[in-house]
Structures are given as C-alpha cells and as structure tokens.
Design a protein around this ligand. Structure first.
Ligand code: HEM
Length: 501
C-alpha cells in the first residue's frame, strides 16, 4: 500500500456557504503523517542529470521530448536512469532559433519536492508562466499581465485582488449563466447525436463557456456585438502564445519544423484581440472602472488583465479541463455514471435550481472532479526560479539548488507519486471521499498551482478561481445527471445519450 498514515476525519465534510460563492474545498481533517522522514535526516546529494553537449544536447532533448519519446516517457526514462524524481534536464523550447531561451532546468516530479514551487520565500515567479520562454508582451497590450508578475511586485496584488473581487461580485450570476449556456450546449449536442449519430462537442462547449464566462466576469453579453464565433479569436490568440511549448502529437516532423522552431507574431491575431478589447472597453465599463478606482490600475491595465483572465485562465483552462471530465464519464465501464446519478438525484432537490451550495452535498461528484484534476492536470507544467540558494527535498534526499536556476514541475507525474497516492496509475473516482479515507489527500492535489487545501492570495501564485473551478465542474456533472440517465462518449465526442426517465 502506498497510502500515507491514518486519517481521522471530522464529520462535517463541507462547511455550508451562502449559495452564491463556492464553498471552500478545505476540509477539516487531522493532517496526514509526513510521507517521508524529517528533512534533517535526509542526505543532501548532488543533483543528478545532465544538459548534454552544447547545442546538440538541447536539440536532441527537444526532439526526444516532443517527438521520439513524448513528455511523460522522456521524463520517466530519466527518472529511472537517475533513480531520482529530481534531476537536471533540458526542457524545450530551445536551439536553434530560441537563442534567448535557456532550456536548462531542474525537473521536479514528486509531490514533496513539488511543494517548493509554491514557497515564495525560496522561489520567484517572475515571467515564468510557461518556462524561460515568454511570449511577446504585444499579445497582452505591451505589458506584463498578472500571471507573469511575482508576488513581490506590487502590481501583482492589485491584479490578483481585482480578479478575486470580480469572482466575488460575479458569483450571483455565475451558476445561472452557466446553466443557461449548458442548456444551449446540450440542445446542440442532442440534435447532433440524433441527426448524425455523434457530436464533436468541443465547439458547442467552447461557445457555451465563452458566453457564460464573459457574462460572469465582464458582466456583458458578447453575442449581440461580437457574434457567436468570437471565442475562436481567443483560441488563436492562446495557441500562438503557447505553441513553442506544446506537443500536438499529430504531424511530425512538420510539427518540429513549423510549430516548435520559432514564435509566431502577434499581428496574425491582432484584429480578433482588438475586437475583444473594444468589447470590454465599451460593454464592460463597470468592471473596468472598478479596476481603476478600487485597485489602482490604469484603464488599459484593467482591460488587458481582464482579457487574459477571461481568455487564457478561464476560457483556456475550462477548454482543456471539461473535455477530459466528460471523457472520464463517457467512457467509464465501472458503473460510475449510475453511482453519480443516484447521488445527484437523491441529494439535490429536483424542484430547485442547482447551486454551489447544493453541489457541496455531493461527495462522490466532488471526488470524481478532484480525481479528474489529479489524473490529467489541465495545466501540466509549472515553473519557478530559485530566489536564493536552497535545499530542495524530495522523499529520499535533499538537493542544493543555486539562485537563478529554473525548476520545472510536471504535474502529470507528480500527481502519480506512489508514495502519496495509492494505485496512482488507476482512475479511482471515490479516491477523495471521506468513506475512502481520502479527504486528507486534498493537501497533495496541486492542479491550481497550490494545494487544494490552500488559499489563493496576493502573497502566492495559486489560481484565483481554485474553488470556482471545482464547483463549476460539480454543477456541470449534477446538471448532466438531472438531464440524462446515461451517455456514451470520449473527451472528443458524444455518441449516445439517454434522457432522464
Ligand atoms: C479549469 C480552469 C482553470 C485552470 C485549470 C486553472 C489553472 C491555473 C494555474 C495552474 C495557475 C498557476 C499558473 C502559474 O503561475 O504557474 C492559475 C493561475 C491563475 N488563475 Fe486559474 N485556472 C482555471 C480557471 C481560472 C478562472 C476561471 C480564473 C478567473 C476567473 C482564473 C484565474 C487565475 C489567475 C488570476 C491566476 C494567476 C494567479 C497569480 O498570479 O497569483 N483561473 N490558474
């Protein structure tokens, strides 16, 4: 067994909250025993790994990472070779055209070492959202928006508190807007399944998410002025920024030649971005004004930060996470749908609209959402630069890290750390339930760039919407099982739907 120590649970699983804000996901529980010996008893060793020969090493590693092995195998091979979950390696983008980007990093692949990435005393988060590579600031109005700011920079607090305020103020509209747009989405999917036998749901899903998030965050409906396909502007704007760091896995070697060798310029997506900017400036006046008057941002800073939070964080995050969530349900063969449906129908009053409050009663639904976030973390990599020399501890040893070195935390492997998660390679939908003794594991669930038991604040870099994301996903699952008895599908399409009888 790989689970750590005994967990004593409190009987209250979730505190009851006002219906408009998401309940905190911090359960009350007696902390787990430390999975490893105390730090002082661990040996401090030299960091294993190598960066290879100049130019050839980074180029070879880049091809291996994106092409020959793929990310997971690339890292697992080295983890086995060095017998360590912390080691030196190149991570692309790199040679030949990314001359200013330094691929030399320290891979961090276990739960314990990963925690150092959240310790703002020892690491800095300045300009490292997607590694040493940073897309041109022309994508964000020629400014460094909040996600690129370190908590030591005063503007970080202004932007993060602005974002927290937006979420708080928008929370009354959040669930009703979500449900309205889900209604439209499911109608389209049902029609496709009836007429064509299947529905590729990514576009209806993105349409629904874009409209719901814009209404909840900006407070204005994008449909009348921008039309129903405006979300595509965000897709293109997002893709161009992150392409050099993302494996696409379809068309090698063209992918290496055309997508991972250079960065694309902003002007290709400028007109779509400008339309979104104009929309927020004219129709999101209230929220922009609050950014200016209450948080000391300039109008331009408020708008570009809103665009980033809406397009990159919120729309981008949900566009990755929700297909995975639906896929985990649609292809399940274990009877999970029946169990979830029974929980939803027995615990939620059918005569009342679903709310964050009502889904806080759904322990299995929540656990299923947490397990989906563990099994395939939507944002796989997090980076942080050593603020000073320090010792980074894995389960087995400490490693001296020098000031300025870049840590590369890779969640898909850290979240399968066998020292923490029992049967880590298996999707266990009730892993995080009280009856399974798994609520304490939330401390080790890191998808939001921090523990699920942590609190996002201006002093850290944890996702401002940590609880909103979880409870939004719970509402989507609850809504689904109110509408349907079952459905069949993958993370790309739905092939059968059985309406609730
Ligand atoms: C499934 C959806 C989402 C996922 C997977 C996600 C994930 C993340 C992650 C991993 C980070 C840390 C990035 C880093 O510094 O390395 C982050 C930061 C952030 N997220 Fe989210 N997020 C999601 C949705 C949202 C939403 C809906 C909002 C707001 C409406 C939001 C607002 C933010 C903000 C403002 C930050 C920056 C925090 C800071 O600079 O301190 N996110 N998110």
């Amino acid at each position: 067994m790989a689970t750590m120590g005994a967990i004593t649970m409190s009987t209250s699983l979730m505190p009851r909250m006002s219906s408009s804000s998401p309940p905190s996901s911090s359960p009350s529980f007696t902390p787990l025993e430390s999975p490893t010996p105390s730090l002082s008893s661990l040996p401090v060793r030299p960091l294993p790994g190598s960066y290879g020969l100049p130019l050839i090493g980074p180029l070879w590693d880049r091809l291996d990472y994106f092409w020959f092995s793929g990310q997971d195998k690339f890292l697992r091979k080295r983890m086995d070779k060095y017998k360590s979950s912390v080691f030196r390696t190149n991570i692309p983008p790199s040679f030949p055209f990314f001359k200013k980007t330094n691929p030399k990093m320290i891979a961090v692949l276990d739960v314990k070492a990963f925690k150092s990435l959240f310790d703002m005393d020892v690491v800095e988060k300045r300009d490292v959202l997607i590694g040493d590579y940073m897309p041109s600031t022309s994508f964000t109005g020629n400014m460094r928006v909040g996600v690129y700011l370190d908590p030591s920079e005063p503007k970080h607090s202004q932007v993060k508190e602005f974002c927290t305020d937006i979420l708080k103020r928008g929370s009354k509209q959040w669930v009703p807007e979500l449900l309205t747009n889900l209604d439209t989405m499911w109608n389209t999917i049902e029609k496709d399944v009836t007429e064509k036998g299947s529905s590729t749901f990514v576009f209806p899903l993105q349409k629904a998410m874009f409209r719901f998030l814009t209404k909840a965050i900006v407070g204005a409906d994008p449909l009348p002025s921008l039309g129903e396909n405006a979300y595509i502007s965000f897709d293109l704007w997002l893709a161009l920024q992150i392409l050099p760091t993302q494996p696409i896995n379809i068309l090698q070697p063209l992918e290496e030649i055309f997508l991972h060798s250079f960065s694309y310029p902003f002007f290709l997506v400028q007109s779509g971005y400008q339309k979104l900017y104009n929309f927020i400036k004219t129709e999101g006046q209230d929220v922009v004004r609050r950014g200016v008057s209450d948080f000391g941002l300039s109008e331009d800073e408020a708008i570009h930060n809103l665009l980033f939070v809406l397009g990159f964080n919120a729309f981008g995050g949900f566009s990755v996470f929700l297909p995975v969530l639906l896929g985990n349900l649609g292809n399940d063969q274990t009877g999970l749908q029946t169990r979830l449906r029974e929980e939803v129908r027995s615990k939620i009053d059918p005569t009342r609209p679903i709310s964050f409050d009502s889904v806080s009663e759904l322990e299995l639904v929540q656990s299923f959402v947490y397990e989906s976030l563990r099994f395939q973390p939507p944002v796989p990599a997090q980076y942080a630069r050593a603020r000073k020399d320090f010792v980074l501890y894995s389960h087995e040893a400490g490693f001296s890290v020098k000031k300025g070195e870049l840590l590369f935390g890779y969640q898909p492997l850290a979240m399968r750390d066998a020292k923490v998660f029992d049967e880590p390679e298996r999707f266990v939908a009730d892993r995080f339930t009280e009856w399974k003794g798994g609520r304490g594991l939330l401390e080790y669930l890191y998808w939001s760039n921090g523990p699920q038991t942590g609190s996002p604040s201006s002093a850290n870099k944890q996702c401002a919407a940590k609880d909103h994301v979880v409870f939004t996903a719970c509402v989507i699952v609850a809504d689904l099982f109110r509408r349907y008895d079952s459905f069949v599908g993958t993370s790309g399409s739905i092939t059968a739907i059985e309406k609730a009888k």
